[in-house]
Design a binder for this molecule. Sequence first.
Ligand SMILES: Nc1nc2c(ncn2[C@@H]2O[C@H](COP(=O)(O)OP(=O)(O)O)[C@@H](O)[C@H]2O)c(=O)[nH]1
Ligand SMILES: [Mg+2]
Length: 440
Amino acid sequence: MSQSSLDAVERLRDQTLKPIADSFGFPLSKRTNSVSNIPTVLCLGNHSSGKSSFINHLIGSNVQATGVAPTDDGFTLLMHHTTEQIVDGRTAVVDPQFPLRDFEQYGKEFLDHLKVRRLPLEPLKQVCLIDSPGLIDHAGSPGDHARGYDFPAVVREFAGFADLIVFFFDPGKPGTTGESLRIITEALSDVMYKVLIVFNKVDTFEDVRDFARTYGALCWNLSRVIRTKDMPQIYCTFVEGLGGAGQKQIDLIDFTKSTDQLRAEISRVGQRRRSNVIGALLDSTRSLRIHSAICHKLGMTILWIRLGIWLTSAALIALGVWGLIYHRSNTYAFVAELLCIVAGVSSILLSRTFLRHWLSQQTANLDSWFNRLFHRELLEQSHSRFLEGLWESVKPRTVKFLQSVGPSGVPFSPLWSSKIKKLRKVAEVDIPALLQQSDG
Ligand SMILES: Nc1nc2c(ncn2[C@@H]2O[C@H](COP(=O)(O)OP(=O)(O)O)[C@@H](O)[C@H]2O)c(=O)[nH]1
Ligand SMILES: [Mg+2]
């Protein structure tokens, strides 16, 4: 991604989105800092499916240990540096040079299984590669913590941050391990657009029948977990020179082409990164617009209710005081005047409880606020399903914000109106222009 479009993304984020997001307690996606400006490829797959061998092949050096026995049970980030260095997980997560801040939350056990290898290798100038522990079927319970940390959550975090995910399967386990299938459904379902499916080590087949049977089994298993209408493309690949010499082997010409295609796709990761960064900004802008528009409308309504209560109370108190001073003709008038003052004071005192109750009722009924505020856009057939889907994903954050700040914490300044309105222009004009600019 060119520096100028990255700067433009940062500017939009910092100057337009961030002030609104901070005031309305909305977490913006955190991904465009300059440290992680290098495109990232995450390699996942069964144990012994050839992830480490493929990485070695890509960077042209045998840096990652390979072997049939489980050789590596951790995550390794391979990055460029002028001298060779290994940084352990505990240091890497607190070092601002690495984009790993968000990984500290997964605990000591995970950090012991994380490292960064910095290498003076030319290909790593263009891409950061992440090698991962092989997916296996655990003996005993298949719980999330069989590895001592929340493995699917860690994979989800890496997947959110990667620009491309290469998922390796191999002929040894075409049935695929339970963990592979679980990771696809639990950690990757939102980011399937970034995933490339690879059927690796195809040079181990002796003939086409053998290959077809195994390939069919893989498709059958994948179809149970990949819920798209069409089957995704499967790259059938191998790394030259790893098969046993002299053994009968399937014709490899087409598989060489498929391997080249995969390599080309990986080398285009820079372009993917650009659209991922801008896409993430677009998602944030749209979600923030809905969230802040609804919160702001509630904030303004709270302001009007509060003004109404205060004005009525002030009028009652003023009437009571005025009466007490000028009209103390009889006991009835005196009692009525006192009642006016008491009613005025107590409505001020009770207004907080009333507003809290009112806000919690509205929070339970946010759909109607959404429908009212966006009714015009919801009438547009092509837009409505998208907008409703977006609202479903934003709603939990809106509810959480309103519950945590209460009626006095919802921003209400009329100045916000134009800033929130501007978010629509950002999403519909400014960001698409950025995309076009960086495509050109
Ligand atoms: N025949 C063949 N063997 C491979 C290929 N890729 C990897 N291997 C072998 O498979 C074993 C496991 O590979 P490794 O890269 O360690 O797998 P990982 O566990 O997924 O990292 C090693 O013995 C490799 O030599 C391939 O494309 N063809
Ligand atoms: Mg490995």
